[in-house]
Design a protein around this ligand. Sequence first.
Ligand code: BGC
Length: 505
Amino acid sequence: MGKVAVTTAVVGAAMACAVAALVVRHRMRSSGRCARAAALLKELEERCATPLGKLRQVADAMMVEMHAGLASEGGSKLKMLISYVDKLPTGDETGLFYALDLGGTNFRVLRVQLGGKEHRVVKKEPKEVSIPPHLMVGGSDELFDFIASALAEFVASEGEDFHIPVGRQRELGFTFSFPVRQTSIASGTLIKWTKGFNIEGTVGEDVVAELTRAIERQCLDMRVSALVNDTIGTLAGARYYDNDVIVGVILGTGTNAAYVERAHAIPKWHGLLPKSGEMVINMEWGNFRSSHLPTTDYDQTLDTESLNPGEQIFEKLISGMYLGEILRNVLLRLANEAALFGDSVPPKLETPFILRTPVMSAMHHDNSPDLKVVGTKLKELFGGMITFIPNTSLKTRKVVVQACDIIAKRGARLAAAGIVGILKKIGRDSAAKDGGDTPRTVVAIDGGLYEHYNIFSECLRSTVKEMLGEEASASVVIKLANDGSSIGAALLAASHSQYLDVGES
Ligand code: BGC
């Protein structure tokens, strides 16, 4: 063999060795990354686990806190607020009423013509307006003026088929989906903001007075006849069609529940309520917390970085505002410690709240064999002109879906445990003894998370069944009460109309 040939062979062999070493190192590195990703996922799964025993503990803790919150003011993390709704809609309501529904990134206005038992909702017209983000953390006049002006515009656009009798004032049910200490059916002071709202100078103020002033500034002749939480609106709206509805739950941007309580079971109101009566209670369950709740470092980070650290802990594990953000925190750690998206971490992944729950839901529901939707969403989310997120591997996409599954199912199962806690409190968690009739119990749920995130809602329903058992769950119905909270507020405005004692409302 000539000198040149020898040199060529040696160089060739060296190059082959170097390439082989690179391949081996790459394989080792990528198998190391895979192992790290698997370990992080496993840890997440373990920390988020909600076996039946744990769910029962959560349901029991919810029930105990309900008792404590009803016993005394400040007796529990659950505020158990009196709503002043002691009569739910019957179907007899008639006339034209309005609703204004404020509680998330959008608000809704609605007019509804009620035709009594026979005709029910004759006609309704909703309109949705999105709230510019700066108004969610600005001044109170700016927010209320924005809302009142949309309301005035809505009234101005009214067609002739909606009819307000001459000489009568328009009446509005105001769904205000934040914790409020009510002082009557149509007044109440704000306890605190939640869900990313933080308006200066409003805590402790009467929200109806603020809205009324803004309505007057618009020269609109309209009276707020009922102030309700969205859970109360949902309960009332669903009860209008079904007499067995006794619980209303919201699973949307935020989460909460309301239910019908017997007056004698509300010690903090003894003497003030007729003992035989009922009262709808706004639990404010978003603020529930318990040592039994399965939480992780990701939840801790989310809470610390939130606008309301230490508060709304249950809400932060369950609701639409936070599920996507928990996922982002998980993916960020996977990107940092297991190079989930390659050697560098996509900078956008570090932006709080960039990954919204609807996107998480779309990825979680991706049934395509190559998880195409996941790939596209990740690219849309984290890609950019400068930082480019390469086509993600199927392995990476699978990891993302697994993380979605763990986070969403923990939320759904905890929400189910909360519902079972309420059913236990009111004695509707078991079948009647001695072959008697078990009363039908309907739980009405509204909110975008429940309505659109199917894996979440299916998991919630099946968990309630799992917790109650076949027999008891046969008489518990969980149903979607779409848009119930606005209709419910209009119905409560009707049943508390100023014109009730002068004949037809
Ligand atoms: C609020 C509740 C509300 C729930 C659902 C929570 O953040 O505190 O008042 O019912 O969100 O909108």
